[in-house]
Design a binder for this molecule. Structure first.
Ligand code: NOJ
Length: 558
């Protein structure tokens, strides 16, 4: 087994709550996932990332963990998990767990103990500070902007505040505490002993906080309120963070040889190498937010080339990253970066082509492979996402109408990605026989897996093709990236070259036909088309000048 299997892998993220419900309670579960493993096998992915499935009060859908060593009862049992793991392994699908190490739920036993008294043995597992002039210890704002927006919550029992970068019910863990570190190491070993293959590390850059908890001097942003300011720099990439991640490597990741991928909040091509160069002994790879992000609602060829070129340098220096445009924290990629209204299928396929033929490990988010699209709910009550709700309250407090607030927030709400998976055109998209925990996207009548399986050409079938290419074309994994026509306003054209072969990718990134004049040295070579999202276009570049709306093709040098 290759030690670096993750370079060859295609990872599929499952957000269990919305994937498949086997028992009609409206919540996806492990048995539901088991029933769909053959679909994933058919798709060709070979690694699953489970967004958190641990016991949790579900304030942030599992990112608030109440027991790191158990499965949430709504999802199943630890025995169900073991069965699922065995099933996946028997299909050559690896499994990585989402590890939320920055915070836990306030319902975790550690926190219940910690808040009891200042001398409780668990007190130091969390970050407690006395009030300052009768108020919060500083002006840090929390990301989810609940209540008055502060990142500190007063706890009357001991008269101190605890830090929570996210929800009030998600207290930050204290990585300065040796005993806490040891608990975490033991817990990670426990999952590896169970047989999992690696970890996705939630907001790992935020484990270290600025010493002394000084006020931020940053100016308030439009959504900050009551003097509490969200300033990522106070708790992100803070000096000392590498010692923590290296510690995790020394104690767990290194000796166990498991795969690690970090969620790179505030990581970019300039600071990533310190986290991922093999000799640093920290993580295998980090996924960044430079290409796509919840707040980035559109993309241009120039942006795509610019980011990929920067990351090509990271690869050249020995780093590795993830290729993705959406996950459970973003809107649907085809709605943001494609043309979901007029060219949903072609543009979804084009995006897949780009993500699966640029350097790095592609991560597919559930539903992306059938081109699921964004949803807009009329009322804030239908939304679940903590950001959407917090930002909504900020906007209302600052004078927006309810309608205006929803209009502004809907396109980037994380709930776009969290609607039930659309399996077929029966009620609730075949996700549940009960009432889904979040409203189904009404598009399920047309957009669903069954429709894609029935169609001769479909997004799902295209994903199968592009994923399969990774297994037969080494240039996709190890090839150097070289953009051609790098000033072209609409076309994205590049080569992937390794010793064994050269690939050429041509993508027309817009909803109109586009003229592309390929360089002479390319035109004079002999290329064979190996993938295309238009089955009826000329399968060669000979004399070709025009590419169809959202047309994407991959050629190999004959
Ligand atoms: C990043 C996760 O991906 C997101 O869903 C979550 O809300 C925050 N971290 C807090 O855990």
């Amino acid at each position: 087994m290759s030690k670096q299997w993750w370079k060859e892998a295609v990872v599929y993220e499952i957000y269990c709550k919305s994937f498949c419900d086997s028992d009609g309670d409206g919540i996806g579960d492990l048995k539901g996932i088991m029933s769909k493993l053959p679909v994933l096998k058919d798709l060709g992915i070979n690694c699953i990332w489970f967004a958190p499935i641990y016991t949790s009060p579900q304030v942030d859908n599992g990112y608030d963990v109440a027991d790191y060593r158990n499965i949430d009862p709504a999802y199943g049992t630890i025995d169900d998990f073991k069965t699922l793991l065995d099933m996946a392994h028997s299909m050559d699908i690896r499994v990585i767990m989402d590890m939320v190490l920055n915070h836990s739920s306030d319902e975790h036993e550690w926190f219940k103990e910690s808040r009891k008294s200042k001398d409780n043995p668990y007190r130091d597992y969390y970050i407690w500070q006395p009030p300052k002039n009768g108020k919060a210890p500083n002006n840090w704002g929390s990301y989810f902007r609940e209540g008055n927006g502060s990142a500190w919550e007063y706890d009357a029992q001991t008269g101190e505040y605890y830090l929570h970068q996210y929800a009030v019910k998600m207290p930050d863990l204290n990585w300065e505490c040796e005993a806490l570190r040891k608990e975490i190491y033991a817990m990670l070993h426990w999952w590896l002993d169970l047989g999992v293959d690696g970890f996705r590390l939630d907001v790992f850059t935020r484990l270290k906080k600025t010493e002394g908890f000084p006020d931020t001097t940053k100016q308030p942003g439009p959504l900050d309120r009551n003097g509490f300011i969200v300033d990522t720099s106070m708790c992100t990439n803070v000096k000392g963070i590498h010692e923590i991640i290296h510690g995790l490597h020394t104690e767990v990741f290194g000796p166990r040889g498991c795969m690690t991928v970090g969620e790179g909040a505030n990581v970019d091509d300039t600071n990533v190498l310190d986290y991922i160069l093999p000799e640093r002994e920290e993580l295998n790879m980090v996924y960044h937010f430079q290409l796509a992000h919840r707040a980035l609602l559109s993309m241009t060829p120039a942006h795509f080339r610019n980011v990929q070129t920067k990351w090509a340098n990271v690869f050249a220096k020995g780093g590795w990253t993830v290729q993705y445009m959406s996950n459970h924290d973003s809107a649907r990629q085809v709605s943001c970066y494609g043309d979901a209204e007029n060219y949903r299928e072609a543009s979804a396929m084009l995006l897949a082509t780009l993500l699966h033929t640029t350097p790095g490990t592609p991560f597919v988010y559930q539903g992306e492979e059938i081109g699921m699209v964004n949803v807009t709910y009329d009322s804030i009550d239908d939304y679940n996402c903590c950001y959407t709700k917090g930002d909504y309250h900020s906007m209302i407090q600052k004078g927006s109408s309810r309608k205006e607030a929803i209009k502004a927030l809907a396109p980037r709400s994380r709930d776009n990605a969290r609607t039930p998976y659309q399996w077929d055109d029966t009620e609730n998209a075949g996700f549940t026989s009960g009432k889904p925990w979040i409203k189904t996207n009404p598009t399920y009548k047309e957009i669903n897996l069954q429709a894609d399986l029935n169609a001769e050409n479909s997004i799902f079938k295209y994903y199968k093709e592009v994923i399969a290419l990774r297994k037969t074309h080494p240039a996709i994994i190890e090839g150097e990236l070289q953009f051609l026509l790098s000033e072209h306003p609409h076309a994205i054209v590049y080569l992937r070259k390794c010793e064994a072969e050269t690939l050429l990718v041509i993508a027309n990134y817009r909803s109109e036909a586009t003229t592309v004049e390929l360089p002479d040295e390319i035109k004079t070579q002999k290329w064979q088309r190996i993938l295309s999202n238009y089955k009826n276009t000329q399968p060669s570049i000979d004399g070709r000048k025009e590419w169809m709306p959202w047309e994407a093709e991959v050629y190999v040098l004959a």
